[in-house]
Each structure stands twice: as structure tokens, then as C-alpha cells.
Design a protein around this ligand. Structure first.
Ligand code: F0G
Length: 396
């Protein structure tokens, strides 16, 4: 199929320069659209199985991202009183987060567009992923991280893959503004989720879920920060139905942390515009975002899908993280556990019917944020290396 760019707001076709991510006429976000015949069959596994529905026309920069497991969760089903609950564990991607789906496509597009340098601002995972794909592609990479608020695993990845890692004295929203300005010169290619090509990679998770279930779920639950992923999933489900591969689309349930919940507030008050949260705060640093750039796309996804937004406390997030790990063996970072915390809240409020098929997305791996885990779980018990001491420790 033939890809093109269109304005998300005024729907007019856009012939954008590489460093342009908004409509030159109305300033709206951009969307990738496709014309031509859809393929009858798909070949291969993961993101590139769907290459006909992706914008790239050169060989991909890939480490076999996607094709992540969809786990059935019987113990959570029992607890929640729901018939069918799954977790799509996106932490099983090459760098341990869903960002890899976007970056394999985004960095391939950077090459296709002739860019030599790439950049992003990040709460951590985007930077880890971009650093890896830039390394693989042989591109220079700069990442801007909000100082003191990025989990250790993510910083380690960006450092090891050879990016220039800059710690910005400001939060994510300020860092994103800065990097967007840096990229305006055209010297760096911006790979935050305002980049419509990147979101094309992320939508493939929705295709995978549909293919595996033979239909779309009734509800998709996921954490929301900058709101790129919820927009990408909805686009994926919408396209899969439009092209006739499945007959239904899910209702979207977005979850934000209470201290960083601008889209929840907009949704609850019926507003189309989001009022930014000036000082976002949450233990789930991945979604510590006050001014989500993709809010217009997310709000339309919520309207079209009759979706919901819910806010959860840090305590609820940490409890959900522990329960996913201990009831289902699924190790996720705090932001990802927001999915379960949000689903629980909706079940309590009797907003979910027992017979619904639910898919929760867990966006990042447990190992991303070891410091929070040690704070929560404590440290191992120290024991002298003899049997007496071991037995005493086990009885304690
Ligand atoms: N979960 C995790 C683990 C994330 O890292 C992010 C975003 C989200 C959820 C939210 O996704 O922004 O598309 O709504 N992390 C970005 C980053 C902002 O820089 O790594 P979103």
C-alpha cells in the first residue's frame, strides 16, 4: 500500500519536510494514511510482518521487535471476577519496552529520509530504544533526560549503546520542548511520539492482538503518558477493522498516575483541550508527564471507542506491580502496572462487564527500574555461610 501524510485535524494531505511534524496550514498533528489494496496474507513475525502497512521503503533497521507474548491471567480473572483477561507484555521487546516497535520504524525512516543524526527527550524508555536503533543504524544519537527522574536501567542502556546522554535541569515536558527546538534546524531527526512514522510501528501491537485472538478484545487497557501509544493502538485497531481483518474494535481504557493525569481531567470534564499539569509527580517516572503532545489524538480515540480514562495512586500502582509479579509471574516496571491498577478501579466501580475480553498492555520490563523495587521489597537477608545460620534464617 502507498503511504502518505495527512493532517489529523484538517485532514488535508501534507507534503512534510523531514523535520516537520505539524500541519503547515493549521498546526495539527500528522497521521500516516495508506491507499491501494490491502494484503491478503502476512508473512514473518513481529513488527515487519505488517510491512505493507508501514511507511518504510528501504530494508529495516531491526532486532526482531514485536511478536510479544499475550499471557492469559487465570488468577487475575478469579480475583477480578472477569471471564477473560490477558496481558500483552511489551517488556519482552529488545530493549524491554514497547518503544522498540516505534523505533525500528522511526530509525528506518530517518535513514530513508537521509538523516544522519537522531534525537529525543525521554522519561527513559524512548532514550534506551533510540540509542540502540541509532547504534544499529550507525547514526549519531542525542537524548535529553529529566535530571534525577529516570530509572537506572534505562539510563544504563542509553549509555551503553553510545548515545550522548544529557541530563536536563527540568522535567520531561521542558526537555521535549528543548529537543523539538534543536531538531527544527533539520540537523537532528526528532524521534519522540510527535513523529507520526514512529507511531506506525507501535500500532502493530494492536494487529498482533487481533490476529492472536481472532478478533479485537472488548477492552484494551494501557498506561498513558505522552499519549502516543494509546493513539497508535487505536489507529491499529481501527485500520484492522476498516480493512476487514476483524469485525470489531475495543473500547480504550487509558490509565494515568494521579499526580500526572491531565487527560483524565479533560476526559472527566468533557473538554477537548487538555490543561497541562505544571508539576507532574509519580513513582511511575515513565509516565511523569504534564503536557502530553498527543492529547488530541488520544481524546479522539477515547471518543470514537467510547473509552474511559482513570487515575490511580502510586500505592495502587506499586500493589499492582507486586501482584502481576507474584500472581502471574509477569515482571513489569511501575508505569506498566498502572494498567492493572486502572482495571481494578474500573471493576470496583462496576464499569466492566464480566463477559468482556480484556487485554492489558504492560509497556516495560521489571528490570528497568531496580531502585524502586529495592525500596519496595527491601534487600536480601544476609546469612553466614554455614548450615546453622541458614536454618536460623529460614525459620525467622
Ligand atoms: N509505559 C512506559 C513504560 C513508558 O515508558 C511510557 C512512555 C508510557 C507507558 C506511556 O506511553 O507516552 O505513549 O503515552 N515513555 C516515554 C519515554 C515518554 O520517554 O520513554 P505514551
Amino acid at each position: 500500500m502507498k503511504p502518505g501524510l495527512r493532517c489529523f485535524d484538517c485532514h488535508r494531505p501534507v507534503h512534510a519536510a523531514a523535520n516537520q511534524h505539524h500541519c503547515p496550514r493549521c498546526g495539527g498533528l500528522l497521521d500516516v494514511i495508506y491507499t491501494g489494496l490491502r494484503p491478503r496474507r502476512f508473512h514473518g513475525r513481529g513488527v515487519w510482518r505488517y510491512k505493507a502497512m508501514l511507511p518504510c521503503r528501504i530494508p529495516p533497521v531491526t532486532l526482531q521487535e514485536g511478536a510479544t507474548p499475550l499471557y492469559r491471567c487465570p488468577r487475575l480473572e478469579e480475583e477480578l471476577g472477569l471471564r477473560e483477561v490477558y496481558v500483552k507484555h511489551e517488556g519482552m521487546n529488545p530493549t524491554g519496552s514497547f518503544k522498540d516497535r516505534g523505533m525500528t520504524v522511526g530509525v528506518t525512516m530517518a535513514l530513508q529520509l537521509g538523516m544522519k543524526r537522531v534525537a529525543c527527550a525521554s522519561t527513559g524508555n524512548t532514550s534506551a530504544s533510540l540509542s540502540l536503533y541509532a547504534a544499529k543504524a550507525g547514526l549519531d544519537c542525542v537524548v535529553l533526560l529529566p535530571q534525577g527522574k529516570v530509572a537506572l536501567g534505562k539510563i544504563s542502556q542509553a549509555m551503553m549503546h553510545g548515545a550522548r546522554v544529557l541530563s536536563i535541569k527540568g522535567n520531561f515536558d521542558a526537555s521535549l520542548k528543548l529537543v523539538a527546538q534543536l531538531c527544527e534546524s533539520g540537523e537532528f531527526y526528532l524521534l519522540n511520539s510527535v513523529n507520526a512514522y514512529r507511531l506506525e510501528g507501535q500500532k502493530t501491537a494492536a494487529y498482533e492482538i487481533c490476529e492472536e485472538l481472532g478478533r479485537a478484545p472488548d477492552r484494551l487497557v494501557l498506561p498513558v503518558g505522552n499519549a502516543g501509544n494509546i493513539s497508535a493502538y487505536w489507529k491499529g485497531f481501527d485500520e484492522f477493522q476498516w480493512w476487514g481483518y476483524v469485525k470489531n474494535r475495543p473500547r480504550m481504557l487509558g490509565v494515568q498516575a494521579q499526580g500526572a493525569a491531565p487527560i483524565v481531567h479533560a476526559h472527566q470534564t468533557g473538554k477537548r483541550e487538555v490543561t497541562p499539569v505544571r508539576k507532574p509527580e509519580t513513582v511511575a517516572t515513565a509516565i511523569r508527564i504534564g503536557n502530553p503532545v498527543n492529547a488530541p489524538k488520544a481524546i479522539r480515540a477515547l471518543q470514537q471507542s467510547k473509552g474511559d480514562m482513570v487515575a490511580v495512586t502510586d500505592k495502587e500502582i506499586l500493589q499492582a506491580q507486586r501482584d502481576l509479579a507474584r500472581l502471574e509471574g509477569i515482571g513489569v516496571e511501575p508505569a506498566s502496572a498502572a494498567s492493572l491498577a486502572g482495571l481494578r478501579k474500573m471493576v470496583k466501580q462496576k464499569e466492566i462487564a464480566r463477559g468482556e475480553t480484556i487485554v492489558m498492555v504492560t509497556t516495560g520490563h521489571l528490570l528497568k527500574d531496580p531502585e524502586t523495587i529495592l525500596q519496595e521489597c527491601g534487600r536480601p537477608t544476609e546469612v553466614e555461610g554455614n548450615m546453622g545460620a541458614l536454618k536460623r534464617a529460614l525459620l525467622a
